[in-house]
Design a protein around this ligand. Structure first.
Ligand code: SAM
Ligand code: SF4
Length: 347
């Protein structure tokens, strides 16, 4: 295949995506990254959108095989933040000049429909923040209630687009349901984010191409691809971690295929490579998600070991992230960074 031709094509086939993900020569990989960087600039400019995360509960009723928060991991100390603590942290995020809060947790039904609605409504009353929910699969009527309470976006990764692998990783859940949830969220007006983990056991390059194509089919507003990091006391504790290079190639290929989407340079990538964020931002990413979870909860949200910035004070960690973004010549956005898709309502 001719790399130069592929990099400039409007639409890529599955075989062409697989070809890009399989590149090995430095020169070829750099050409892919350079082209993805150009396409990112064309569709979203040089601004980097910050999304402030609050990891408000590490209780989880699911048992995803790869995750440190899975129900059967008895080695971690569980916590829940109160609605007031969450709302106060959201105000701090807003005062820091950030325009999106991501409310993230395990699947924790302790926070019922009304509690989450109250938190969303209070944040919307007190700040100008866009609110993203990342709290796993919930009932359809709850998604609707939270939309009415003011939620703007929903982050729910499909994790893998292979049905058999999905069932092996999440034996209480089905890919079919996850896709239905993502379709429903989009249909009722959420800006939707999905994506997958790179380097999970059994995964092939073909699977990753299909992950990107599933994001396209679902018409997601944000696509997130982060490396799998093995976690002690979980079944995959001895598997090797996802590769930085393959994660970067996935980000770059996703930018070429999806074009007008947000793509984060994830904390997981930054946790396994000390320049992970910079590398992600230089090959197609345009979003960074600083962690504002306060102590003493911050250090207890252990999805995977070695999470970057976990020991630091949230405000100092945020300052450092901004410095790193500016050091590579990128600007911090002063807008909400809503969907890049034309003809989509932003609220
Ligand atoms: N419970 C919600 C959910 O699953 O959507 C949100 C929290 S969950 C911890 C957020 C993300 O963490 C998941 O989408 C998954 O991709 C990622 N994750 C879980 N375990 C991981 C691991 N071992 N390495 C890297 N990322 C991981
Ligand atoms: Fe729970 Fe989310 Fe971790 Fe799965 S990925 S175990 S749903 S926190």
């Amino acid at each position: 295949m001719d790399l130069g031709l592929i990099l400039n094509k409007e639409e890529l086939t599955r075989e062409e995506i697989i070809f890009l993900l399989s590149l090995t020569g430095n020169e070829e990989i750099n050409a892919l990254f350079g082209r993805a960087d150009e396409v990112r600039r064309q569709f979203s400019g040089d601004e980097v959108h910050l999304r402030g995360i609050i990891d408000f509960s590490n209780f989880c009723e699911q048992n995803c095989i790869y995750c440190g928060l899975r129900e059967e991991n008895f080695s971690i100390t569980r916590y829940r933040m109160t609605p007031e603590e969450i709302i106060e942290t959201a105000k701090i995020i807003s005062n820091e000049g950030i325009y999106t809060v991501v409310l993230q947790s395990g699947e924790d039904s302790f926070y019922d429909t009304d509690m989450i609605s109250y938190i969303i409504y209070s944040i919307k009353q007190n700040t100008n923040l866009a609110v993203t929910l990342s709290i796993g699969e919930r009932r359809f009527d709850e998604y609707k209630a939270w939309k009415i309470a003011g939620a703007d976006r929903y982050l729910l990764k499909h994790e893998t687009s292979d049905e058999k692998h999905y069932f092996a990783y999440h034996n209480r859940q089905r890919l079919y349901d996850r896709i239905n949830h993502l379709r429903y969220l989009k249909q009722i007006g959420y800006q939707v984010a999905s994506g997958s983990l790179i380097g999970l056991p059994m995964q092939s390059i073909e699977n990753i191409a299909d992950d990107i194509l599933l994001c396209k089919e679902l018409d997601v507003d944000m696509a997130a691809f982060g490396p799998f990091i093995p976690v002690p006391f979980t079944p995959y504790k001895s598997h090797k971690q996802g590769s930085v290079e393959l994660t970067l190639k996935t980000i770059a290929a996703a930018r070429l295929v999806l074009k007008d989407v947000h793509i984060p340079a994830t904390t997981a990538l930054d946790s396994i490579d000390k320049e992970g964020r910079e590398k992600g931002l230089k090959c197609g990413a345009n979003v960074v998600m600083p962690d504002f979870t306060p102590h003493p909860y911050r250090e207890k949200y252990i999805i995977y070991p070695g999470k970057r910035g976990i020991a630091e004070d949230p405000l100092s960690a945020h300052k450092m992230i901004k410095r790193r973004i500016e050091a590579i010549g990128r600007k911090i956005s002063a807008s909400r960074g809503d969907t890049l898709k034309k003809n989509t309502p932003s609220i």
